[in-house]
Design a protein around this ligand. Sequence first.
Ligand code: SF4
Length: 131
Amino acid sequence: MLQTPHQSLQVAAVPTQRAAAIPSQRRPARDQDAPWHTEAVCRRDEAGLFFAPSKEPTAARLSREDAAKRVCGGCPVMAECREHALLQPEPYGVWGGLTAAERRVVLARRRRRDLERQQSTRATDHIAAAG
Ligand code: SF4
């Protein structure tokens, strides 16, 4: 089972601030066999940015999510993380720069797009069969 970046918070050896401070151009290329989350800059989420505490007021949630998204913006594996969260799907927290609500919107758009493609293919097949 894939260990998620958020699950590995306690075992990371490099503090987030240090990992985030290394410009991506200077980071060595990731070993292609290494899981993407080994480069997650949120591996030590000491500020608790990525998941909501219970009974979090809306203003605090929005502020926390913005801060988490800023961390994601500097993360070298944002695309992989986002796709992971969409495919699982991960129901909670900020992943790949998206909140859970934003991921639901992306997934709904993908489902609608897939449905439209299927309908278009069926219509084309119907026309071809009739012709
Ligand atoms: S994109 Fe954000 S949530 Fe995903 S690994 Fe990077 S810092 Fe963590």
